[in-house]
Design a protein around this ligand. Structure first.
Ligand SMILES: *Cc1c(COP(=O)(O)O)cnc(C)c1O
Length: 467
């Protein structure tokens, strides 16, 4: 399998090059040159398989030429053996033909583990084969940092440094990062804001000599391998509720559009899908887009669902590429327009086609809390604020008849205990494997909000492995 950039002018790459490259050199995102296809009979044959078996079946065509099926199987088995539910991604019924897909049984109890746990192993595997190492540097406002650290801890070919704004993450979020004492992991508590952290990381990546010397890398949500690993649970949940013999409805609480785009990939691969319902919080750029055909950037306001507090959805470019008929030059023009004006008008034909498959619904914090309360009372289901938005949007958009609704629950309620307690009166306990989180020793280094200081820190840390 080969991969092309959504902007059409970067080199065509193999899977392992795409994995390590992240963003394409022309500023675009990599997508497969063609979609692998599963027939109805092949999809039906996934029924009853384990999550890991479905994962190998679904991902094998994407890694062909880079990993053997045995190598893929070993990495996949190792990845999902560490999850705490035997089904890995269990379904719970919440209404007639309505299901919640629990994607919070990984080490950091949020859905990003489902992809990042595999991506960490893929990085390590490919880098070892090449005799290389990388230094992953990232900034986090709290949530993605822990999933990245858990994915990279103790991997021989990877060092990872994560910057967080000192005192501005929640206790749970900080502890999930700073209690990982692996020798290849460092946490920097920056005396500044999240934007300061992000600006410094960007500056390090823009220093090309520095980037090359220390082989800086990222595992951010535009990485194709993350999308690929997320396709699996769309197939796994769909066959459990009757696909391919019934068309599916999925609802997804959405930020960067990476998760729901993976569902779109599943559809391209032959899974019958009637509708994708996107749930937004007050940062509703996507819902506004699906209502109007115009993408217009606005300021970001903080909400109870911080992982969806985004200004632009970076993965949306992959959808645009598809609906513009894989015309990279046209995508580049639209994206340039968006970057310079903060606004992009989708051509009518493309927008009309998107609207036959996608719709969006938005929920502010008040409405989100109300949904959490109702779901607890009527279905006995404790939802975190992100998941509540997905479930509410799904139920609103689901036209019950013959299409099962699967609503993706993206975080465990215990990850957002204050909001859950406010909505339901119950403070959800951490799951067993994390119950002692607050007793574990922490390690982090406080650092000034100063690029030179951060740079020196990375030099010393990454340099020790190169000495
Ligand atoms: C990252 C995240 C999201 C948003 O997912 P995207 O792929 O960025 O759309 C939703 N919920 C939770 C809990 C997350 O961590």
């Amino acid at each position: 399998m080969k991969y092309v950039s959504t902007r059409g002018s970067a080199p065509v790459l193999s899977f392992d090059d795409v994995l390590l490259a992240g963003l394409a050199r022309d500023g675009g995102l990599y997508v497969p040159q063609s979609w692998p296809h599963f027939s109805a009979a092949e999809i039906r044959a996934m029924r009853g398989l384990s999550y890991a078996e479905i994962a190998v079946t679904v991902m094998a065509p994407f890694v062909e030429g880079c990993l053997t099926r045995d190598e893929l199987t070993a990495l996949v088995n190792d990845t999902y053996a560490g999850f705490t539910h035997p089904a890995v991604a269990p379904l719970r019924q919440v209404g007639a033909n309505q299901w919640v897909l629990e994607l919070f049984h990984g080490p950091t109890i949020a859905f990003k583990d489902y992809a990042l746990q595999l991506v960490g192993r893929l990085f390590d595997h490919v880098l070892k084969k090449r005799g290389q190492r990388v230094t992953i540097v990232g900034a986090t406002s709290g949530d993605t940092g822990s999933a990245a650290i858990e994915a990279c801890r103790d991997r021989a070919a990877i060092d990872i440094v994560i910057l967080h704004p000192q005192g501005r993450t929640s206790e749970v979020q900080r502890k999930q990062m700073t209690t990982v004492l692996a020798s290849n992991v460092r946490n920097l508590a920056v005396e500044g804001t999240f934007d300061d952290c992000q600006d410094m990381v960007k500056a390090l990546f823009n220093d090309h000599a520095f980037r090359d010397t220390y082989n800086l890398s990222a595992v951010n949500s535009i990485n194709w391998a993350r999308v690929m690993a997320q396709i699996v649970y769309y197939f796994a949940s769909a066959v459990a509720v009757g696909a391919p013999d019934v068309p599916m409805t999925f609802s997804v609480p959405t930020g960067n559009f990476g998760n729901v785009f993976a569902g779109f990939c599943a559809k391209q691969m032959g899974l019958p899908v009637e509708k994708f319902i996107v749930g937004s919080n007050s940062n509703d750029i996507l819902t506004r887009f699906f209502e109007t055909g115009v993408m217009s950037a606005d300021g970001v306001v903080p909400t109870l669902s911080p992982s969806m507090d985004i200004q632009v959805s970076s993965n949306f470019e992959r959808l645009v590429f598809h609906y513009l008929g894989n015309d990279g030059a046209a995508v580049a023009t639209l994206m340039d327009e968006f970057r310079t004006t903060g606004r992009m008008d989708m051509p009518q034909g493309a927008y009309g086609a998107m609207r036959t498959l996608f719709e969006g619904h938005r929920y502010n914090d008040q409405e989100t809390l109300a949904v959490m309360k109702t779901m607890r009372q009527t279905a006995g289901e404790m939802l975190d604020p992100h998941s509540a938005i997905g479930v509410a949007a799904g139920i609103k958009g689901h036209d019950h008849k013959a299409s099962p609704l699967v609503a993706l629950a993206t975080a465990h309620p215990a990850k957002f205990p204050d909001a859950v307690e406010k909505a339901t009166g119950i403070r959800p306990p951490l799951p067993d494997h994390m119950a002692d989180l607050f007793d574990r020793p922490e390690r982090f280094d406080v650092i000034a909000n100063d690029l030179a200081a951060v740079r020196d820190y990375v030099v010393t840390f990454a340099g020790r492995a190169r000495a």
